[in-house]
Design a protein around this ligand. Structure first.
Ligand code: 3IO
Length: 338
């Protein structure tokens, strides 16, 4: 009896010790700007679960979706100054700040998010551009190719005349070439802008029809295959340096895996979202003619030259970045068959 008691006491003491050791581990804060249901936050929870599993709970991640810690536009600065340890940014919200990786927002006709996300990650690894030197990049991915979601039908390009549509980055320039009125704002401000009628629709990927319930207000969808929005998950550099080597390795190993996971998730989710929107709100989907797609393509071409000029001015080898991006795109497309 006495022996059993001693053993129980020892087990209790050990349990206590282990719990203390786990608590003595690190908790990192991770800020995100859109709501918890949206894909940037879904991938955040997936990454959190992987980190907590692979570090055996020694590193805990405290997530803050929906702009509860940092918003879309103060995310970069907030991570640099350590208001959050980790944050998720959409690169087009920071014009001129990312002259290299903004290439991913060019109209080069990505057709799969897994392809575009892996292309972005590999391109970043190859060129390691200076523009991210103040932070540690944990992963990168993109949205799916962008389409029009609107309150009134856009059956043909001429229906766009004067129509206010929310977008960001290079899509704004293409919209103005099409006679529409592009309105630049982060995705997180779009529900209110649609509600108030400041915009009549938006240009982004179809996941948002379900995740923001935009299908209810935007009953008409037009397939345009416009650019993807590139995202980066960044970490405060000083905080990164405090991590033990084994944890750094786990984070580094996760970079490319997370990019592929997110691409895959979104490729599936845009299909679910569109099917859900047809079922629940009977949304209509319009296809443009080949001539109209050619017009969109022609409007996009000068944007590549504008990007090249800006990249060259920033001291980058713009031709190498562009050539590598297109080669990676072709390689991943061939490997994934989509
Ligand atoms: C996006 C941004 C936040 C939440 C869900 C989203 N789906 C597609 C995007 C891309 C986009 O429009 C943007 O502004 O980054």
């Amino acid at each position: 009896m006495r022996k059993l008691f001693t053993m129980l006491a020892a087990v209790a003491a050990l349990t206590c010790l282990l719990a203390t050791a786990a608590m003595a581990g690190t908790t990192l804060t991770y800020a995100n700007f859109p709501p918890a249901k949206t894909f940037p936050c879904i991938q955040m929870e997936q990454w959190k679960a992987e980190v907590e599993k692979r570090t055996d709970g020694a590193v805990a991640i405290q997530t803050f979706p929906g702009g509860t810690l940092l918003g879309a536009k103060n995310m970069l600065r907030g991570v640099q100054t350590g208001q959050a340890d980790i944050g998720c940014i959409s690169l087009p919200y920071y014009p001129g700040v990312f002259p290299a990786m903004s290439a991913m927002n060019l109209p080069v006709a990505f057709t799969s998010t897994k392809v575009s996300s892996l292309t972005m990650w590999d391109l970043y690894q190859k060129h390691q551009p200076e523009e991210f030197k103040d932070v540690k990049v944990l992963t990168m991915f993109t949205s799916a190719p962008s389409n029009i979601m609107s309150k009134m039908p856009v059956k043909q390009l001429s229906d766009l005349n004067g129509v206010e549509l929310r977008a960001s980055g290079s899509i704004l320039k293409i919209l103005s070439g099409l006679g529409a009125q592009g309105v630049g704002m982060p995705m997180s401000q779009t529900p209110e802008a649609l509600q108030k009628g400041v915009v009549k629709g938006l240009v982004s990927s179809f996941d948002v029809l379900k995740d923001f319930n935009f299908a209810e207000i935007c009953r008409y969808e037009t397939i345009t295959n416009l650019p993807v929005y590139p995202f980066a998950v960044i970490m405060n550099k000083a905080k990164w340096e405090t991590l033990p080597a084994a944890v750094k390795k786990i984070f580094n190993d996760l970079g490319r895996e997370q990019s592929a996971w997110t691409g895959n998730y979104l490729d599936n989710h845009i299909k679910n979202s569109l099917a859900w929107s047809k079922e629940k709100y009977q949304v209509e989907v319009f296809e443009l003619t080949a001539a109209e797609h050619a017009k969109i393509k022609n409007l996009g071409a000068p944007l590549v030259d504008t990007w090249k000029d800006a990249a060259a001015k920033a001291g980058l080898d713009a031709d190498a970045i562009l050539t590598d991006m297109l080669a990676l795109k072709a390689k991943h497309k061939a490997e994934l068959g989509k």
